[in-house]
Design a protein around this ligand. Structure first.
Ligand code: FES
Length: 105
């Protein structure tokens, strides 16, 4: 599936993500700037924070309580904030757009 990451600066990165991997892992594999993923994908650091584009929000399963708790600790939180390590890539997400917070540039 293709996932488009848009940096706070407006720079866009379209990556080819494998089904079953996390959106964070797809960003790491493709060296997308702004996704640091300090904790390695355990919903424990919030350095993989993204905003899921409104058009895609309903296609992404809602966050588990541990993800919600960690998002509360992130900077520049918005209603569409998610931890990209907790979003699994599926064919339904092909073409998804996520934006990066200004704090992750
Ligand atoms: Fe740490 Fe996602 S990689 S919360």
């Amino acid at each position: 599936s293709k996932i488009k990451f848009i940096e706070a600066s407006g720079a866009e990165h379209v990556v080819e993500a494998k089904d079953g991997q996390s959106v964070m892992q797809a960003a790491m594999d493709n060296l997308v700037p702004g996704i640091v993923a300090e904790c390695g994908g355990f919903a424990n650091c919030a350095t993989c924070h993204v905003y899921v584009d409104e058009a895609w929000g309903a296609k992404v399963p809602p966050p588990e309580p541990n993800e919600k708790d960690m998002i509360d600790c992130a900077f520049h939180v918005q209603p569409n904030s998610r931890l990209s390590c907790q979003i699994t890539v599926t064919p339904a997400l092909d073409g998804m757009v996520v934006r990066l917070p200004i704090s992750q540039t």
